[in-house]
Design a protein around this ligand. Structure first.
Ligand SMILES: Cc1cc2nc3c(=O)[nH]c(=O)nc-3n(C[C@H](O)[C@H](O)[C@H](O)COP(=O)(O)O)c2cc1C
Length: 207
């Protein structure tokens, strides 16, 4: 697909990377990018061996980027050992990418509850039924677990599982990449800088 040659200059950028992210995220939504909230999440174990997978970005603000998952999953075990992560979102239709790196904390139980309650009942039962990342001997076992939990919580009142909730990545670096012609892309990196007036230093990088 041919892209228009969009430029990105320092003047286009908000001094705050979260505000800049908000702008690009809305533009991706407005452009009809499919699943604009799907992001690759990289974590590593205590020895620095990496793993990556996609998760959905379920919120962001000045505190960072939030996703929700099973706290006994592989990614959560890695984050317990090594609370650093990187995320990457590509909006191919706009020839754009955002990458962020930061430290990770669990969100509060109240936040996880609020998000969990907003999900369809079937997805809440599904969260209970899945021992995410553990060996599953047969599909039947998952279906049986679902049926059992469906019967245990017959109404709308499906509580938040103790092993499920959000993580927030507090970024110390956020990078915005705009594809351009001839590999002469525009690329800017925000890094936390306590001495900078707004706490962020902004630099252009070679693409
Ligand atoms: C587009 C997309 C979105 C996903 N979103 C989530 C999510 O928000 N949370 C989650 O736990 N898994 C999500 N998954 C599944 C994960 O990629 C992954 O398989 C699962 O979380 C187990 O990962 P782990 O074993 O590395 O912990 C998503 C997968 C795809 C393809």
């Amino acid at each position: 697909m041919e892209h228009p040659d969009r430029s990105l200059t320092e003047d286009d950028l908000d001094p705050d990377p979260i505000e800049q992210f908000r702008r690009w995220f809305s533009e991706a939504q407005a452009a009809g990018v499919p699943m604009p909230d799907a992001m690759a999440l990289a974590t590593a174990d205590a020895d620095g061996r990496p793993s990556a997978r996609h998760v959905l970005l379920r919120g962001f603000d000045e505190r960072g980027f939030v996703f929700h998952t099973n706290y006994e999953s592989r990614k959560a075990r890695q984050l317990a050992e090594n609370p650093h992560a990187a995320i990457t979102i590509a909006w191919k239709e706009l020839d754009r990418q955002v990458c962020a790196r930061g430290t990770v904390e669990r969100t509060s139980r109240e936040e996880s509850e609020a998000y969990f309650r907003s999900r369809p009942r079937e997805a809440r039962i599904g969260a209970w039924a899945s021992r995410q990342s553990h060996v599953l001997p047969s599909r039947q076992e998952l279906d049986d677990r679902y049926a059992e939990l469906d019967a245990r919580y017959p109404g709308e009142d499906v509580p938040l599982p103790p092993f499920w909730g959000g993580f927030r990545i507090a970024p110390h670096a956020v990078e915005f990449w705009q594809g351009r012609m001839f590999r002469l892309h525009d690329r800017f990196l925000y890094e936390r800088a306590p001495t900078a007036p707004n706490g962020w230093r902004l630099e252009r990088l070679f693409p």
